[in-house]
Design a protein around this ligand. Structure first.
Ligand SMILES: NC(=O)c1ccc[n+]([C@@H]2O[C@H](COP(=O)([O-])OP(=O)(O)OC[C@H]3O[C@@H](n4cnc5c(N)ncnc54)[C@H](O)[C@@H]3O)[C@@H](O)[C@H]2O)c1
Length: 268
């Protein structure tokens, strides 16, 4: 029943938020865990009974060393969660700087790419590789161009890797969270955006880190043997269409307008 006994999992971005919740949940489900982060995750590693390997995921050599460290510590690698990420600089497309797009791609996209690349020669056949994309990889999001591009690239590489690794029974999936209740969402001045997120997500609230960890738990388990190459939304229904929270007020606003079908017909 979704047991992770016998699994050895690497989780990046494990010092905080979604990665921390996932590493702790994997450990509770029986996995040995290797926690990677640029920030200190040794306390979380102690709590999980695992090990912390300081890693900057944007540096390929460090990601290679991380995967090797998991094999040396626990004798094998079965499970990888490439989750570390940054929100990136905000700007409309016409103002995107070379530095901002390079940084977002280096951490968010290449961090995942190196994670897949260096897992491949080490991970057991039948293993599971999972990547944290975002709803922003599925939908355009004004002023988040660099983030959106980096997350859409994760979805693309996930599908490609899934096809390449299927002959070995290795599944590769990514998840697309809506706005989640983690430090990343709480940048100064984000109150309006948070309120908006709750309105846009039809279920009406932020996603909890534990709920994302539960999805990763399922994807990591052998019970999930036939799901690969997917970008799975965990977004309170946001990608299903406009929520009543958005449509409702618009509907009320125009309810008393005098509207005629003729007004919508193209002029003859
Ligand atoms: N919080 C949200 O609303 C949300 C929504 C969709 C997707 N995501 C994605 O979820 C993932 C986890 O984010 P979170 O919400 O838990 O945020 P978080 O800020 O709590 O955690 C991100 C972690 O990644 C680590 N990190 C950043 N750059 C790194 C690097 N170069 N190398 C190694 N570690 C690095 C940070 O130190 C931090 O511990 C990210 O990829 C993020 O883009 C978050």
């Amino acid at each position: 029943m979704f047991s992770l006994q016998g699994k050895v999992a690497v989780v990046t971005g494990a010092a905080s938020g979604l990665g921390k919740a996932t590493a702790l949940r994997f450990a509770r489900a029986g996995a040995k865990v290797v926690l990677a982060d640029i920030a200190d995750a040794s306390g979380v590693a102690r709590e999980a009974g695992g090990v912390y390997v300081r890693t900057d995921v944007s540096v390929e050599e460090q990601v290679k060393d991380l995967m090797q460290a998991a094999v040396e510590e626990y004798g094998m690698l079965t499970t990888v969660v490439n989750n570390a990420g940054i929100s990136g600089e905000m700007s409309t497309v016409d103002g995107i700087s070379r530095e901002a797009i390079d940084k977002a791609l280096d951490v968010n996209f290449k961090g995942v790419l190196w994670g897949i690349k260096h897992a491949v020669p080490r991970i057991e056949d039948g293993g599971s590789i999972m990547n944290t994309a975002s709803y922003a990889g599925l939908l355009g999001t004004p002023t988040y161009g660099v983030y959106v591009a980096s997350k859409a690239a994760i979805i693309a590489i996930t599908r490609t890797a899934a096809l390449e690794l299927a002959p070995r029974g290795i599944r590769v999936n990514c998840i697309c969270p809506g706005t989640a209740d983690t430090p990343m969402a709480y940048v100064e001045g984000a109150e309006i955006e948070l309120k908006l997120s709750c309105m846009l997500q039809p279920l009406g609230r932020l996603i909890q880190a534990e709920e994302v960890a539960a999805l990763y738990h399922f994807l990591a388990s052998d019970d999930c043997a036939m799901i690969t190459g997917q970008a799975i939304a965990i977004d309170g229904g946001m990608s299903a269409g406009p929520s009543l929270g958005v449509i409702g007020p618009l509907y009320e606003k125009i309810f008393n307008d005098t509207l005629k079908i003729e007004d919508f017909k193209a002029a003859e």
